[in-house]
Write a protein that binds this ligand. Sequence first.
Ligand code: GLC
Length: 420
Amino acid sequence: MTDHIQEARRILAVNDRGGYTVPTDRLYPFQWNWDSAFVAMGFALYDVDRAYRELERLAEGQWADGMIPHIVFHQPSDTYFPGPSVWRTKHGIPTSGITQPPVFAIALRQVHDAAGEGARERTLALYLAALKWHRWWYAARDPEGTGLVALLHPWESGSDNSPAWDAAMARVPTTTTTPVVRKDIGHVHADMRPRDEDYRRFIHLVDTYADCGWNPAEQWARAPFKVAEIQTTAILLKAGEDLEHLARLLGRTEEAEEIAAFNALSRKAILGQWRPALSRFVSRDLVSGADIEAATQAGFLPLLALDLEAAMASAAVAEMRRWSAGLKVAFPTTKPGLAAYEPKRYWRGPAWGIINWLLIEGLRRNGEGAFAEELRGSTLSAIEREGFAEYFDPETGEGCGGLGFSWTAAAYLWLKRGGR
Ligand code: GLC
């Protein structure tokens, strides 16, 4: 075992708060949804019981309507804003009121495969939680049955501060009823974080939805921010494929058919978002009705869930190579050279281990193993040089944001063994 593998495992152990893993101490002191799914896949490589625990603890936060929230506040902490009193949700354990990318079922399949048949009951319980969540996505976030699911808050994308949201967020008022008391800039440099004005808009949305009592239909009607989003839908579709696989394995044929129908709908809808002139996919702003053409990593995430025609895949990869040219660490979350590109501010340029992980899977699926290997090598050496930072400046390679970060540790473990 190399030191880096040991160090990755040590970080996951240090960030353990009792069967769940915080992303990093202080900056993110609770359980985060998609972070935990990546962490569970990391644990699946050496401690399958702990991998199940991670998902089980996340599922404790699942709402009666099926939504799995983006944060589960298992224990109090005063180092993060907005805490439970801002969200005003009604679930037994305090949670946030929005969700995050549904990596859960992708993780569950990996955890189940690592455990083998003996873990059928444990898998079944989590499978049912995932199924309920996928149904929620299609009912609450795609009520018109388009196949693309919509986000009502940028934080639901996991790419919280992406330039993809700039135009849609500019319409969101900066007024809040909740006083904005930022804690993040006490932990990391303000230049790496969103601006105050962005935070007021983020909280305006939270206030608006809390005033709807978190009722999905009311939120849908009142949402000032509504984006049919390509990265989230691609993750939902890949998770849907894994969920369908589990449904068949567990002998739940009718549910498998239901999931297959969701998948077929999303597959077609995502394909419809391909823009040949851009060599990537685009999201749609449901308030303005316009395509979101901002050049971000999300445009390539559909590789994860689609088997593209060879010409489309090679056009996408040629574009990815253009974005990556001359960078110390790929893959940039915003196209270098654009006005919106900021190599150190989070989600506006930096490279992230977990995004690379998903892109690598997508490249392999589409027969682009060579670029996948380059990206894997670039990610591993960035971590080996700089440590387990939240993300990396693609130009200098510098580790930025929070340190001792759980999902970077999980990504290292996963990518080091070669991926799937
Ligand atoms: C930030 C990221 C989000 C992540 C969270 C915890 O908010 O934007 O994707 O889940 O941190 O790591």
